[in-house]
Write a protein that binds this ligand. Sequence first.
Ligand SMILES: Nc1ncnc2c1ncn2[C@@H]1O[C@H](COP(=O)(O)OP(=O)(O)O)[C@@H](O)[C@H]1O
Ligand SMILES: [Mg+2]
Length: 290
Amino acid sequence: MDIKLQQVSYAYSIGTPFEKYALFDVDLTIPSQTYQAIIGHTGSGKSTILQHFNGLLKPSKGQVHIGERVIEAGKKAKELKPIRQKVGIVFQFPEHQLFEETVLKDIMFGPMNFGVSETEAEKRAKELIKLVGLPEETLNKSPFDLSGGQMRRVAIAGVLAMDPEVIVLDEPTAGLDPRGQREIMDMFYTLHKERGLTTILVTHSMEDAAKYADRIAIMHEGKCVLNGTPHEIFSDAKTLETYRLELPHIVRFQQKIENMMNLRLSKICLTEEELAEEVSRVLRKGRDYQ
Ligand SMILES: Nc1ncnc2c1ncn2[C@@H]1O[C@H](COP(=O)(O)OP(=O)(O)O)[C@@H](O)[C@H]1O
Ligand SMILES: [Mg+2]
């Protein structure tokens, strides 16, 4: 299911003295099965844009295409429920949305609300609790007896239980320890590949954007100012600096090596393997000339 924003502007509290535009003429196309990262400084409009991907917010101007459906400024949006099932959003700090008395009920709530049978919803909960890295016994506990990291995993299981085609992640690992962060990001990547999902990741981590994304879009002051492959985006350090964004550690390390050895590699490397290969290629070449 492709997602396409055409000339989308969005204003909070439109028509009141508090009216505030948060998006300006955003064009962004995310083809089906793409892993799209969205990066940008705080306040650049990332959370606002992603609420357009399942009709939670309606554009003040422009159009949002979600598969066959069009949500258009000035027109009443029809039946959004199917879209909410197909596009699952994991909000920042999703654990704040847990509310049932047991983890099982919490995970089953979404799918049952969308007409899935109790038996099927329970089956999904039992599979998903393991997928998010928690023991099955967790299902009988109260979500409020869990640690922050465990609650986050339960909330994620709840979104996955809807069996979405598109999964939208708003800084899903914020506040988790490094190991938890890596586990969750790897889990999303495996799901992305195995289930052929479209994944949209809002992140502060240049490392995650470089490691997982097919495309990276940059938001700046409510505009989508760039959208390209990780190699394209991270090859242009000057432009990134303009948007107050950093390069991934690995690229900064490459720059250090280049300066120390007084050489330029032919491309930006986004993994340790890629960097090692490039450096050894240059060293081999140097030896051949001697
Ligand atoms: N509910 C709201 N009411 C008014 N302004 C808001 C609201 N939510 C966000 N904003 C404003 O919209 C802009 C974009 O915010 P947001 O989409 O949350 O950015 P980001 O997720 O990139 O930090 C900011 O200037 C923010 O203050
Ligand atoms: Mg945000």
